[in-house]
Design a protein around this ligand. Structure first.
Ligand code: C5P
Length: 310
C-alpha cells in the first residue's frame, strides 16, 4: 500500500510506495527483431513481495536552475549486492528520462529498501523504476497521462510498462503494449538463487538454441479469469525456461522439486533463474521437509507470496 506525506506522518513532498516483484504466468517468445529485441506475448502478475521506495522530491522552475537526483539503497547484503547506486540504476534513469522530457528543474531523493533479489527474473529493478515514475509524476506536479508514463517506462526497460499497471496484464511487442486481464488471487512458492541471469543472456541463449515458441496464451487467459489453480497450473509456460535450465540444471531441479511437492503448476519467472510453484486451492502443498530440500538446492529459503486479484 502507498503512503503519502499527509496521511502517514511523512515530511512534506514525500511519498512511500511499494514496488512489487512480478512473475510471468506465460512468456511466449515470438522471434528476434531487427533491433535485437524479441517480440513477446507475456502474462505478468504483480506479487505481494515488494521493494519499498521512499521519494522526497520537489520541482519549481522559479526556484531551481538545475536537476539534482540522489539514491540510497538499504537491505540485506545478499539483496543489495550488485545494485548500482549511480546513474545506471533504473530509478535514476527513470527520473532523468522524465525530467529530460518535461524540462523539470528541482530535486528527487530516493531511499530504496531492497527486498526483491536482483537479476532474478522478478522485475525488481523495473518495478523500482515504475514506482519512481508514478511518485515523481505526483511530487513534481506533472500529472502525465498513463500513456506517457508507459512510453517513458518502455525507454527505461521492457518490463516497466507491465509493472506501471500495478495489476495483471498481457504485455506484447517488446513489452510496451499492455492490456489489463482478469486474474483471480493466486498463492505461490517462489525459489530464488544466489546467482543471477541477465535478461540479455537469457534471450541470447534462446537465439542460440533456435527457440522454442510455445502455444498461444488463449487457454491460459480463460483459465486465469476462472481462477482455478488446477486449471491454470498445466498452462503455465515460459519459452526461456529450456534455454536457461540447459545452462543451469539447478533451475530444472527446483522446478521438478516444486512439482513433486504438490504444486498445481510450475514455471520459471521471466528470464530466470527464480522459479515459482502455483499452490493448489487452499494454499496447501509444499510442506516443511520439501521447503528444506528446496533451500538445500538453491541456497535460499523459498518464499510464499500471492498475486492479488485483478
Ligand atoms: O528492455 P531491457 O533493458 O530490460 O532489456 C534488456 C535486454 O534483454 C535487451 O538488451 C535485450 O537483449 C533483451 N530483451 C529482448 N527482448 C525483449 C526484452 C528484452 O531481447 N522483449
Amino acid at each position: 500500500m502507498d503512503r503519502t506525506g499527509s496521511d502517514a506522518g511523512l515530511p512534506p513532498n514525500t511519498l512511500a510506495v511499494e514496488a512489487p516483484a512480478k512473475l510471468n504466468l506465460c512468456l511466449r517468445v515470438l522471434g528476434r527483431r531487427d533491433d535485437g529485441y524479441h517480440d513477446l506475448q507475456t502474462v505478468v502478475a504483480p506479487l505481494s513481495l515488494a521493494d519499498r521506495l521512499r521519494v522526497h522530491a520537489f520541482a519549481d522552475p522559479g526556484t531551481f536552475r538545475t536537476l539534482s537526483l540522489s539514491l540510497d539503497v538499504t537491505g540485506e547484503p545478499a539483496l543489495t549486492r550488485g545494485v548500482p547506486l549511480d546513474e545506471t540504476n533504473l530509478v535514476i534513469r527513470a527520473a532523468a528520462a522524465m525530467a529530460e522530457e518535461t524540462g523539470i528543474r528541482g530535486f528527487a531523493e530516493f531511499g530504496l529498501d531492497k527486498r526483491v533479489p536482483a537479476a532474478a527474473g522478478l522485475g525488481g529493478g523495473s518495478s523500482d523504476a515504475a514506482a519512481a515514475l508514478g511518485a515523481l509524476n505526483r511530487l513534481w506536479g506533472i500529472d502525465l497521462p498513463a500513456g506517457d508514463l508507459i512510453r517513458m517506462g518502455a525507454a527505461v526497460g521492457s518490463d516497466v510498462p507491465a509493472l506501471l499497471a500495478r495489476r495483471p496484464v498481457l504485455a506484447e511487442g517488446r513489452g510496451e503494449a499492455v492490456t489489463p486481464i482478469r486474474l483471480a488471487r493466486l498463492d505461490w512458492v517462489v525459489v530464488t538463487f544466489a546467482f543471477g541471469v541477465s535478461t540479455a543472456q537469457a534471450f541470447g541463449w534462446w537465439d542460440e538454441d533456435g527457440g522454442p515458441t510455445g502455444a498461444e496464451p488463449t487457454g491460459l487467459l480463460d483459465a486465469a479469469a476462472g481462477g482455478e489453480p488446477e486449471a491454470i497450473g498445466p498452462l503455465l509456460q515460459n519459452d526461456l525456461e529450456g534455454p536457461v535450465t540447459a545452462r543451469h540444471p539447478a533451475v530444472r531441479d527446483a522446478l521438478d522439486l516444486l512439482g513433486a511437492a504438490g504444486c498445481a503448476g510450475v514455471v520459471m519467472c521471466g528470464s530466470g533463474p527464480s522459479v515459482a510453484g502455483l499452490l493448489p486451492a487452499g494454499g496447501i502443498g509444499c510442506d516443511a521437509a520439501e521447503e528444506g530440500e528446496l533451500e538445500r538446492l538453491s541456497g535460499r529459503g523459498p518464499v510464499r507470496v500471492s498475486s492479488p486479484a485483478g
